[in-house]
Design a protein around this ligand. Sequence first.
Ligand SMILES: N=CN[C@@H](CCC(=O)O)C(=O)O
Ligand SMILES: [Zn+2]
Length: 402
Amino acid sequence: MDKKGPVKGTDMNALTIWHDAAIGIRDGVVVWIGSSEEATILETTQTINANGRLVTPGLVEPHTHLVFGGSREKELALKQQGVPYLDILKQGGGILSTVRATQEASYESLLEKALFHLDRMATYGITTLEAKSGYGLDRDTELKQLRVVKALNEQHPLDIVSTFLGAHAIPVHYKGDPEAFLLEMSEMFDEIKQENLAEFVDIFTETGVFTVPQSRRYLKKAKEKGFGLKIHADEIDPLGGTELAVELGAISGDHLAVTSYEGIEKLANSNTIGVILPGTSFYLGKDDYARAREMIDAGAAIAISTDFNPGSSVTENLQLIMSIAALKLKLSPEEIWHAVTVNAAHAIGRGDVAGSITVGRKADIVVWDAPNYLYIPYHYGVNHTNTVIKNGKVIYERQGLR
Ligand SMILES: N=CN[C@@H](CCC(=O)O)C(=O)O
Ligand SMILES: [Zn+2]
């Protein structure tokens, strides 16, 4: 997958595949790629024999809500009764219940909990990911979440790209005055920049949360301060968040489950990447899956993600999402592999360092218990990783039964 930019439209169907290949790694970096036969000339200190298994770039996960307090298993019964996601939020549950738990949680407990989920992501073959704040909705708790992400990035082998999502919901004491709340969040931009706590600013543009004009004003301020932009767009109601993402030159528009035809057209003619989260449609029991097929056919660049969070998509398993993308989004296996590697990396500003096995890049590589790349979306719901290599080091190996 030695590609220069995001892979768009029909190009998403063309994978670079080597048969019987070998990869040389030195000091954590890929220094050589060739055939196994040619590789016999290399002098090595350690050899990993993939024994005919599939080998790919480490997966890139472009949209997670990694750091949060508590859990929301009680909402499952409400979902079964048909209570809509936005109604649960309106009643002070949903995101707002995780906000309360996150405000109460100590920095240490949030770090420990996020570390658990992060380790699990690594075992599923993820080597780079994005993580958002957004369960604080006040200065101190948002900073607490962002500092947890920063610490994890420094101490954990996985690379984490940080996004400030202070505008994730309207806190109870700001009900009726979302503008004042957005002002408070935007007043944190300088501090976040100075402490280098986030690269991107994100907002939930949705009915009952933030309108398109409010989102535009807020994101313009963020852009002026030098942040890249992301939008939770057109997840439940087609407000036009996708169009806004394109208008503002956002690096990605995320969700896009109910994006309009006009929005699809605009996305296809832009450099904004559509980050599709089909696990969310599945987990919220909805019939609306993003029309990713039409987006690609129109020429857009698409990535896919778990949207790992405690409410709308509670899974770290990006391989499962690859299966859902095949069955519900009707993406081809080739499109799916681009969507979890090179395009996902571009969606979080890491297109030049992650998402492909290229000479000169860090060796982020997965050996799979699979005979070929078609196999992963096909055999669904389980973990296929055999060996996960990050920066040239084995960080996970499947163990047999004891
Ligand atoms: N939709 C908004 N935010 C998250 C869900 C957060 C939650 O329910 O806790 C999402 O991307 O789906
Ligand atoms: Zn999200």
